[in-house]
Each structure stands twice: as C-alpha cells, then as structure tokens.
Write a protein that binds this ligand. Structure first.
Ligand code: PLP
Length: 360
C-alpha cells in the first residue's frame, strides 16, 4: 500500500501490505482553517476527516472500489438504501439474513414508499426489485447465494446489487469483483475484531455512485468518528491472520458439533456447501446450530458456557455465543444458538462447549 507505491505494492501479499501500514496520528479536529479563502480537502468533520480518508484509502484498495466510512454497519446499509431507492421501489432482502436490514425497510422506510421483498438467496432474486441485497454466510442462518448468477440476473432486470460481506471481509470475498454495485460491512465485527469499536463501510463500484452516497452521508450525518477509525486502522494490520484463524476454528467446531448427540443440526457453509466453496476458501467465524430441547435448552447452554462469553455480536478475539430466538422478529428455530469463533485454542473452546452440551 502507501509505504511501497506502484507495481511493487500490488505484488506483495495482503498480509505484508496490511502489516506494513503506518498508524496515523489521532486527529480529532472538527474544523480546519480556510487557506487564502479556499477550503482544503477537510473542512468539517461531518463531511470528511483525515482518519476516514485513510480507512477509505486502505479499504477501497482491498475491495477494488471506492470505500466510504460510516458510523456503523446499519448506517452504511441505510445510506445505500436512502441514496439509491425512491418511493415505490422494492428492496429484496434475503430470508434468514441480518434481521435489521429487512426491519429498516419494513418498519421505517415503508413510510416513505419502499417495499420489502423477502426471498431465498440460494435461488434467483425477485425480478421486480430495484435493489437486491445479498448476504453470503448470512447472519445467523449461514446461507450462501450463487453470487455471479444472482448479480447477473438482478442486473438483467435493471436492479442494483449490494452485498453485505461482513462475515467474510475482503480477505475472503470482494463482491465488486463479482459485479456487485456495492459492498457493505459492519466493521464492528471482524474488520474491527476486538469488540471495541462500532463502524460501517460501503464501497462503490461506480464513481458516480460514490458521489451520491457521500452526499447522503454528509446530509444525514452518517460518517464514522476519528477514534473508532483509528482503532480500525490498528485492527486491519492483523485482519488476514484473524480471519483465517477464526474460520479454521469455526470449521472445526462445526464438525465436532455435528457429531454431538445433543445437537439437532449445524449450519456452516464449510460443511459441504458447494456453491460457497466456489467463491471462498474459508467461511468466517459464525456457526449456528440447533440443540434438542428448544429455547429453554439453548438458553441453558449459553449461560453454562464459561470461556465462550454469552454475549451478542461476533468477529472479536473472544468467542461469543447467544440463543437467537430471543431477538424480536428473528424467525429462527427456537433452539438455535449462534457461536462466533474467536482466537482462542480450539480444544479449549470445545471443552467449554462439550461440558455445556453434556449438562443439558
Ligand atoms: N450486517 C450484518 C451481517 C450484521 O450482522 C450486522 C450486525 O450484527 C450489521 C450489518 C449491522 O452492523 P452494526 O451493528 O455495526 O450497525
């Protein structure tokens, strides 16, 4: 990246490029002076600031597009919908994907004339959608769309396509290379990776779209602040290592869970999802599984885990687990648990899980 410009930089591996990033100073300024009556690149923090610019430079290069920093994943999602949809438009959101994305449309933006179309993303997207949302390794059901096919079909019908790649990060998937118009992330998860920041990213394939999205971000005030942006830049240096490690651990835990008699079913694309395997070499930190005994058993299990923290969110250094049926609007099996593999030793994690499963 910046440190070794030009062709040499692109020949270096992702690990080397990210590890070599220099940590910038934490500039918290909210306003910058005019110079001879002219504003420079930075004028007012809500419009843009140096740490946002640095995050956008690094992520834009990783994604192969132009990235914009948002205050959280939902701000990035809302920004894309507000910028590119108009009254009467239908937004197609996958069933079994992050529930707030569909709630944003059905509970809030429906008042402004948007319609929610839910669909099974393992099949073709609805033809009447103006914006098609895809979520590979969806949260929490871990379904995986045939990206090339879905994106091509959506474009044939004149729709734009946004891919929420939170679960995979640009280390494993770069949606813009598959023809998506937007790649969206909750940077709160793996990109941040330490459960200590909340941010979002939206990257655009087309220059004219980035201008439009920037205008919405500026007017609505959706930009991420300097402090979490600084933390995110720290986190990006270790991103490839963390993504590969937690994906390997998640795969191993999914295999062991599948064999356990207290477990009814396990969702993890690494357990033989052939479509997913065509697109990615690893499948991210989340495993979801259904325990026998419904919601009561799931809640007993989450609270008897000790090493694995009973907490929401995912993608951090520490593994987390939670029963998902408690979340309002989440249409999941009652006994579903969502486990996020962190950076701990896999055998230590398994001992914790196995003990909790045996106590059911
Ligand atoms: N996208 C996915 C797949 C998520 O899981 C989440 C949050 O869990 C979001 C977006 C929203 O991110 P944030 O909480 O940073 O707003």
């Amino acid at each position: 990246m910046k440190e070794t410009d030009g062709d040499a930089a692109t020949r270096l591996s992702l690990e080397t490029r990210l590890a070599g990033l220099r940590q910038p100073a934490l500039d918290r300024a909210t306003t910058w002076p005019y110079s001879e009556g002219e504003l420079g690149r930075f004028a007012y923090q809500r419009y843009d600031h140096p740490l946002a610019a640095e995050v956008e430079r690094v992520l834009g290069e990783l994604e192969g597009g132009r990235a914009l920093l948002f205050s959280c994943g939902m701000a990035a999602i809302a920004g894309v919908v507000l910028a590119f949809c108009k009254p009467g438009d239908a937004v197609a959101v996958p069933l079994g994907a992050y529930v707030s994305t569909s709630h944003l449309i059905s509970e809030e933006l429906s008042r402004f004339g948007l319609r929610l179309l839910e669909f099974d993303q393992t099949g073709p997207p609805p033809e009447e959608a103006a914006l098609v949302w895809l979520e590979p390794c969806s949260n929490p059901m871990l379904s995986f769309p045939d990206l090339d096919d879905s994106i091509a079909r959506a474009h044939e019908h004149g729709a734009r396509v946004a891919v929420d790649a939170t679960m995979l990060t640009p280390v494993l998937l770069r949606p813009l290379e598959h023809g998506a118009d937007f790649s969206v992330h909750s940077a709160t998860k793996l990109l941040g990776g330490h459960h200590d920041l909340v941010l979002g990213i939206a990257s655009c394939a087309h220059d004219e779209d980035v201008e439009r999205l920037h205008q919405v971000r500026r007017l609505v005030g959706l930009i991420g602040s300097p402090d979490p942006a600084w933390l995110l830049l720290r986190s990006l240096k270790t991103l490839p290592l963390r993504v590969r490690r937690c994906s390997a651990t998640a795969l191993e835990l999914a295999r062991r869970l599948r064999e356990h008699p207290a477990v009814e079913s396990v969702n993890y694309p690494g357990l033989g999802d052939e479509v997913a395997a065509r697109y990615v070499s690893a499948f991210g930190p989340l495993v979801s599984f259904v325990v026998r005994g419904g919601a009561a058993a799931a809640q007993a299990l989450e609270s008897s885990c000790e090493l694995i923290e009973n907490a929401t969110s995912f993608g951090g250094a520490r593994s987390t687990i939670e029963s998902r049926s408690r979340w309002e609007g989440e249409r999941v099996p009652l006994g579903l648990l969502r486990l996020s593999a962190g950076l701990e030793d896999v055998d230590d994690l398994w001992r914790d899980l196995e003990r909790a499963l045996t106590s059911l």
